[in-house]
Design a binder for this molecule. Structure first.
Ligand SMILES: Cc1ncc(COP(=O)(O)O)c(C=O)c1O
Length: 416
């Protein structure tokens, strides 16, 4: 792709996010994006418009209600186009944790006693606990452990774990601690040779580029919209042929009406509509950099993804280099981003200091970060890190800039 000469216009990007001009937030360098991102003004406007004029029960025939329902459908349709799914393959729920919990309750009916379920020790607990709990239905749980040398989930290791009894594989697209990007396409291809259903957690991946779920060919894919510049919601994609077969988890009379069968309680209406603002923001970003054209939403997203990846690589690599070269720091995961092999989610510990002490120091210098296990406590245990103190995590997205990076490195330099 001929993107070589086009760089992300960082100033334009930041002008779209009101937080960067906000009295409380503007003096901070914000590095807690893997926890939750800021939202662009389009999202705030959509939310505010819905609350002002259409905050009624949707789908009735009077104007306010009809517009509310139309906008809810529009948000779902736009998001399905952005990730290359069909409209009836998208579930918008309260969080990834609840979406996976409901999905696991539906999927337990495909299991026979003795069937095997593979989980990893690299995932966030949201994509582990619901699947491990299937042992109550007679499933045998097998753990795919990441390599302590590379910190990666090695596919050769997975090959040794798969058996004719394996029915489900739950794996992260990107670890929220290690940052490595797992090759979900290759993993899925292998799993499908054995008819294994693959559930990929894209929560730490999607903020750096929306996935093309059909290209990955994954069966279920999930990410949290509050980390992709939206409100506190999460998206679950499921292949239509599978959603059709899953037993209803919703009201009895909704039997057969997938994908609502996997979304008891339904989405939060106003927040769902505000997702239109994410689409608008990415459209504006596209037009600002590439001009108006006839490209589909999906192709536009592909080009934006590349633009973002190049920017993130440029700003995150100096941090990775600095941390990996400091003798008193232990960087987790790869020390350089090359060809999007890693997300700019950077975790480390410091010798002879707790992660809390380092994090407190950074915060006292207006670097917004935190120390934690980030609910990936099995990953931390495997790394030999006390999950109570956890790691210091510096996570960037495309609105971070060189100034943030300089602030961080200069502050770390003061911390001996
Ligand atoms: C990788 C990963 N998966 C899953 C989750 C859970 O997402 P949610 O808060 O939407 O339940 C998180 C949350 O931080 C996460 O980082």
């Amino acid at each position: 792709m001929a993107l070589q000469n086009i760089e992300l216009d960082s100033e334009y990007v930041r002008s779209q996010f009101p937080a960067f001009n906000d009295q409380l937030a503007k003096d901070w360098s914000f590095f807690e994006n893997a926890g939750g991102s800021y939202v662009p003004k389009n999202v705030i406007d959509q939310l505010s418009n819905f609350m002002t004029s259409t905050k009624v029960q949707p789908y009735a025939d009077y104007a306010m209600s009809k517009i509310a329902g139309d906008n809810m459908d529009k948000a779902t349709k736009l998001f399905s186009q952005m990730i290359n799914a069909k409209e009836n393959e998208i579930i918008i729920g309260g969080s990834t944790s609840i979406n996976l919990y409901v999905l696991s309750n539906a999927l337990k009916y495909i299991l026979n006693p003795g069937d095997e379920v593979i989980v990893t020790n690299q995932d966030h607990e949201a994509n582990i606990s619901p699947w491990r709990r299937l042992n109550q239905n007679g499933a045998k749980i097998i753990e795919w452990k990441f390599s302590l040398d590379t910190h990666d989930l090695e596919i050769d290791e997975l090959k040794k774990l798969i058996s004719p009894k394996t029915k489900i594989l739950a794996v992260t697209h990107c670890s929220n601690i290690i940052g490595s990007i797992n090759n979900i396409k290759e993993i899925t291809k292998l799993a499908h040779e054995y008819n294994i259903i693959v559930i990929a957690d894209g929560v730490s991946y999607a903020p750096h580029g929306f996935p093309n779920v059909k290209d990955l060919d994954v069966d279920f894919y999930t990410f949290s919209l509050y980390k992709t510049y939206g409100p506190h919601l999460a998206l679950l994609y499921g292949k239509e042929e599978l959603l059709k077969k899953l037993p209803n988890q919703n009201h009895e009379f909704l039997d057969g009406q997938y994908p609502y069968t996997i979304n008891p309680g339904g989405p939060n209406h106003e927040e769902l509509v505000s997702l239109i603002g994410i689409y608008e923001y990415f459209t504006n970003l596209y037009i600002h950099h590439f001009g108006s054209d006839e490209l589909s939403i999906l192709l536009r997203i592909k080009k934006i993804n590349e633009l973002i990846a190049t920017h993130e690589e440029k700003i995150a690599n100096p941090i990775l280099e600095y941390i990996s070269e400091r003798k008193d720091f232990n960087l987790i995961g790869k020390s350089k981003i090359v060809n999007k092999n890693r997300a700019p989610t950077i975790s480390f510990t410091k010798q002879n200091k707790s992660s809390k002490e380092v994090s407190d120091f950074l915060i006292s210098n207006k670097i917004a970060t935190r120390n934690d296990n980030f609910y990936a406590w099995r990953c931390l245990q495997a790394l030999g890190i006390n999950p109570k103190d956890g790691v210091i995590r510096i996570s960037l997205v495309h609105y971070n800039n060189k100034n943030d990076v300089d602030n961080l490195i200069n502050t770390l330099e003061k911390y001996i």
